[in-house]
Design a protein around this ligand. Sequence first.
Ligand code: ASP
Length: 312
Amino acid sequence: MNRHLLSAADLTHDDAVLVLDTARELAAVSGRAVKKLPTLRGRTVVNLFFEDSTRTRISFEAAAKRLSADVINFSAKGSSVSKGESLKDTALTLQAMGADAVVIRHSASGAPHRLAHSGWISAAVVNAGDGTHEHPTQALLDAYTMREHLADGAGDLAGRRVTIVGDVLHSRVARSNVLLLHTLGAHVTLVAPPTLLPVGVATWPCEVSYDLDAPLPASDALMMLRVQRERMDAAFFPSEREYARRYGLDARRAALLPEHAIVMHPGPMNRGMEITAEVADGPRSVIVEQVTNGVSIRMAVLYLLLGGAEPA
Ligand code: ASP
């Protein structure tokens, strides 16, 4: 494992499988009445969130606490200092406080790389979502969830077919998933309107389609992305209704999936837009499980980055 987790591309095949296997062992702790291991006692984990988050922040907090680390939540939102200065000043403060790991979410793509490679801090840096760039622990928890349902919880995802649908342009979840799923041997198809695909997507290790119905019968997992209206500065599609009609998942479309296929969403959902409530709450949906698995994945990542030589 690298010293930091900044991109899904930092993980080799063996690293990724190690994180998934470790998470599976640690998941047992979350099922107990006393959800605590002494592993990271005395270590300090700082959650540095410059951008809103519900599940990612509390997931990292729960993960660190279950490993007995001291957790400091630093919500830097609303700071009036310019981004570069503010990040540096904050980093120096964290260094002075003796942070062992910094979990950072920032609206600027690349902020975690800056923090990790600036020399400002000596802590391990975990990217918890940077701009439209990457969200590697989301990709790991998604891979974990797929592995549980599609590969009996072991090995990699070789030969599995994953379809990722929607606002790829603004999605750090999509990029991290494509990279990690490729490393794990899965075939990925991205489906989006041409206006919501990033420049250079042709060089990504996946296929691209504009038609959602076509890949469904061969998909093992279908991941719906949130339409990220807060990042949209222009009209990327004619209307919400039109978007839902062409790229939304409803019961008719879900019925085109094979029997065993699972439906995923990283949250937060726009119910009625990219996914109907009926499908989101339906029997194929593993959306709530994704949240549960997120805690185990983040425990594994913190464990492996901070101390991981000894067995869990
Ligand atoms: N929660 C995910 C993220 O932070 C997905 C989303 O916001 O749409 O990237």
